[in-house]
Design a protein around this ligand. Structure first.
Ligand code: PLP
Length: 436
């Protein structure tokens, strides 16, 4: 086994990972103790699969601005950004004031109020494809209902989705294999960014196709952006066969005042929203063409105890009406583009098999050099490097998603990002022998 041989590299990688996990555990005795108790009542010790990883997940105690403190009092720059729902950071004073004000007026009023129509007006005026909107409590629910109403409108049942697409816990189409709890829509899966293949699939399913659902950038699938021509072609092909195009902008709506669709100038029939739009409270929404949405006037029932809950409405009005302005959206996009460019230049210079895919304030680290335009089957070595990267970032005080994703929040400044750039640069130096 020579030092350069793949077998030698793999055993060095295993050793490095072992050391990282031990170092991680040693710095987090309280997180470990919490996990030991949690697994007795929560399967896997959590109630949200994305937060589970070996040897045990870091438990957070509090957050402020773009900083987090874990239960062992380790401090982090928060670049996980609550998987994009934490756009406002942890303590925006305007959102807090709105929540205090709503609390003072009482919870659970069991009635319509002024708040939901104000919030609806704000969102309809921001998203050009949304003439009318309805609220839910999660992005999952929003997508389930958007797909279901597309079935009602068209009188057809089949949907087209994409390998690697994630539209919620019941609408997950992994790049390889399948989820055992996917909602039972008859689905045809296509390859992301495969324009010809998708247009052909749309045409061949024409008579039975209700909807095509697509993320304008795959979020949990690796921050892989759609080619604008691909998005435009599928929206047009769907229209051509009388099917409904649904852009799932649960993650990507942050890319401009009116979402990624506005930035690209490509509008779908329906749009789904979620994550940060409720100002940090639970949120989901679906909206679109007036003729579709008016089905909810009498033909289609849509209930949900918490759809207009006072906290989400109050926080959302302030978040989207005052805080996340068009200018803030543009600045955040530019901050993220600059960061990703710098990280990619660094990785290139180091000759490392590492690239950061994404758009604006969202990015994911991929441990391969080839251009990536769709999800792929990750190799064990890539997975090990991803884990090593995660632990090295945590050790440098930078909290990122275990899958290598980063989502910037509004309180984050260029100065804060120096810590991340230094951590990546140190990773490239320290791990150079494993990255060759
Ligand atoms: N759609 C996309 C693109 C998402 O990324 C997510 C969540 O990560 C969802 C839908 C589901 O949203 P929620 O977790 O609020 O159900």
């Amino acid at each position: 086994m020579t030092p350069q041989s793949p077998a030698h590299q793999n055993s060095s990688l295993d050793a490095a990972l072992l050391e990282c996990r031990e170092r991680y555990a040693a710095k987090r005795p309280q997180s470990a103790a919490l996990n030991r108790e949690a697994i007795k009542v929560l399967p896997g010790g959590n109630t949200r699969t994305v937060l589970a990883y070996a040897p045990f997940p870091t438990a957070m105690a509090r957050g402020e601005g773009c900083r987090l403190w874990d239960v062992d009092d380790n401090t982090y720059l928060d670049l996980c950004g609550e998987y994009t729902a934490g756009l406002f950071g942890h303590s925006d004073s305007r959102i807090r004031a709105a929540l205090h004000d709503a609390l003072a007026r009482g919870l659970s009023l069991a009635a319509v109020g002024e708040a939901e129509q104000r919030f609806a007006r704000i969102l309809c005026s921001r998203f050009r494809s949304i003439d009318m909107i309805r609220f839910t409590n999660s992005g999952t629910e929003a997508n389930l209902i958007a797909l279901s109403v597309a079935q009602v409108v068209t009188g057809r049942s089949r949907i087209i989705a994409f390998r690697g697409g994630y539209h919620g816990s019941l609408l997950y189409y992994p790049a390889t294999g399948s989820s055992p709890i996917t909602a039972p829509f008859p689905v045809t899966l296509c390859d992301y960014n495969d324009t010809d293949g998708t247009v052909a699939a749309i045409r061949s399913a024409a008579g039975e196709l209700a909807a095509v659902i697509v993320e304008p950038m795959l979020g949990s699938g690796g921050c892989i952006a759609a080619e604008p021509t691909f998005l435009a072609a599928i929206a047009e092909a769907a229209r051509g066969v009388g099917a409904i195009s649904i852009f799932d902008e649960v993650m990507t709506s942050r890319m401009s005042e009116g979402g990624l669709q506005e930035r690209l100038g490509i509008l779908p029939d329906m749009t789904t929203l979620g994550k940060y739009i409720g100002g940090g409270m639970s949120f989901g929404a679906f909206g679109g063409r007036r003729d579709i949405m008016e089905l909810f006037v009498s033909k289609v029932p849509h209930a949900g105890t918490f759809n207009n809950n006072v906290m989400s409405m109050a926080a959302g009005i302030t978040a989207m009406g005052e805080v996340f302005t068009a200018a803030e959206a543009a600045d955040l996009f530019a901050l993220g583009e600059g960061l990703r460019d710098e990280l990619n230049v660094m990785s290139d210079k180091a000759g490392a098999p590492l690239q950061f895919c994404g758009l604006g304030s969202l990015a994911t680290a991929h441990f391969r050099r080839d251009q990536i335009n769709r999800p792929y089957a990750i190799t064990p070595r890539e997975e090990a490097l991803k884990e090593l990267f995660f632990f090295d970032m945590l050790n440098a005080g930078v909290y990122i998603a275990r899958r290598g994703m980063t989502a910037l929040s509004l309180p984050t400044t260029e100065r804060d990002l120096v810590q991340f750039k230094t951590a990546v640069s140190d990773f490239l130096d320290a791990r150079a022998p494993l990255l060759r």
